[in-house]
Ligand binder design. Structure first.
Ligand SMILES: Cc1ncc(COP(=O)(O)O)c(C=O)c1O
Length: 417
């Protein structure tokens, strides 16, 4: 029994696995055993662990200014990070709110979506649409928008009012049909649609460009804000700073966290276009939210160092090319028919597993977890979803490490046939 409660774990049930140290894409456990971390921490350690440049710049920031509140003052790392994020959006975004986690970045995004219509004098438009298998974090609003959690969180009854799920782009036609039906009859009550450009927790569900174009078009037509939750997909993981750009999604608000600072310090960022901010600015009222650690200068310094490292080392292109080759290698092994599909963009990869019966029955969540354990026993850390395994390795993973990752996966998948 342990007195440490861990996220999404049964209280009191201890884990036998303790991470003691890590470097690059490798971590070491309590027995000195080394693992290749294909889960990239929790999808966030984009530069690998123990990156000397990143640590050096964080230490310099700590020595200079360890903390400053953004409530009544500003600080240079926060201002420089805002400018950097705006520049990376190529001007599509013009304003930034810095917070502490992916959940807080989403919470701010959804609050501001409602604030926008309130500022325009249209308080009826406050409903928030999201996908039925989406994950948007664990804040009050995020959990209410997270269709994937809805069945599991009955103990919190009731979730917040004003949220509605629609079918995910797993079935693009059905998803669009439902969205159109809601917008045709009730757009006057809808503030925004929040979507992960690629649904991570649902199993790396990758919508088509034409789907994303149509969603963007519908949101514009019906005056509904489009919020891109790029907490997992942003920061270069998918081969570009924003997956939205690759998929032709045109968001009004973008939520970021995870990879933008390689997970070295808690940080979230929410980006807004001018369109969203103008009516709010005109109202000239104070934002009614904020947290002590929002925009912590050390967190901002870690993001600046990470984003500079990514561009200096051309890691977006690296993610794009290496991801394509890993996916091709995994999918191309005829000895592993248990692999039903390999999908993703860049180094966000989902492997759908199915039994070899006539109906190709999908692996269950328990079976997928079992495969993840087998990978771990073989020295490879992965993540699992309901019907397969997902990979989010560091963008700095070497060719040899990527080869080793594919070999271990093939070896395990072959035993499942
Ligand atoms: C798409 C998405 N949104 C939000 C979150 C929540 O981020 P955090 O765990 O940093 O609160 C996650 C975390 O996995 C995520 O994948």
């Amino acid at each position: 029994v342990s007195n440490l409660w861990r996220p999404f774990s049964v209280p009191g049930v201890p884990t036998l696995f303790k991470t003691i140290k890590g470097s690059g894409a490798c971590v070491t456990d309590q027995d000195g055993r080394e693992y290749l971390d294909a889960a990239g921490g929790l999808w966030n350690v984009s530069l690998g662990l123990n990156n000397a440049r990143l640590i050096e710049q964080m230490v310099t920031q700590m020595q200079n200014l360890t903390f400053a509140s953004l409530f009544h003052s500003s600080n240079s790392p926060a201002e420089r990070l805002s400018e950097k994020l705006i520049a990376l959006s190529d001007g599509a975004m013009q304003y930034v709110y810095l917070s502490t986690t992916g959940s807080s970045a989403v919470e701010v995004a959804l609050k501001v979506a409602r604030l926008y219509y309130w500022a325009k004098g249209n308080s009826r438009k406050k409903r928030i649409l999201s996908f039925d298998s989406a994950y948007h974090g664990c804040s009050g609003m995020g959990i209410s928008a997270s269709g994937i959690l809805a069945a599991a969180v009955t103990a919190y009854e009731d979730l917040l009012p004003g949220f509605q799920t629609i079918p995910s782009p797993r079935d693009e036609h059905f998803s669009l049909q439902t969205l159109v039906a809601i917008l045709e009859s009730e757009a006057d009550q809808v503030a925004c649609l929040i979507m992960e450009p690629i649904l991570g927790s649902a199993g790396v569900i990758l919508p088509s460009k034409s789907y994303c174009q149509e969603v963007s078009r519908l949101c514009a037509q019906y005056d509904v804000l489009l919020v891109a939750d790029e907490v997992a997909t942003g920061g270069g993981r998918c081969g570009s700073m924003f997956a939205s750009t690759l998929l032709d999604l045109s968001p009004d608000i973008i939520a970021l966290s995870k990879g933008i600072n390689s997970g070295y310090f808690p940080l979230g960022a929410t980006l807004f276009s001018s369109r969203v901010v103008e009516p709010i600015n005109r109202k000239n009222v104070a934002l009614q939210f904020g947290s002590t650690q929002d925009g912590n200068p050390v967190g901002c310094a870690s993001a600046l160092a990470t984003l500079n490292f990514i561009s200096e080392h051309d890691l977006e292109r690296r993610a794009d090319e290496l991801g394509a080759s890993i996916r091709a290698n995994l999918a191309g092994n005829a000895d592993c028919p248990v692999i039903k599909e390999v999908r993703g963009l860049g180094l966000m990869i989902g492997i759908e597993l199915a039994h070899l019966d006539a109906g190709r029955t999908a692996f269950s969540a328990a079976e997928s977890a079992q495969v993840r354990h087998q990978c771990q026993d073989a020295g490879l850390l992965t993540y699992h979803f309901d019907s397969g395994i997902s990979l989010f390795p560091a963008l700095t993973i070497t060719d040899d490490e990527a080869g080793c990752m594919v070999d271990i996966l093939h070896e395990i998948f072959c035993t499942l046939c």
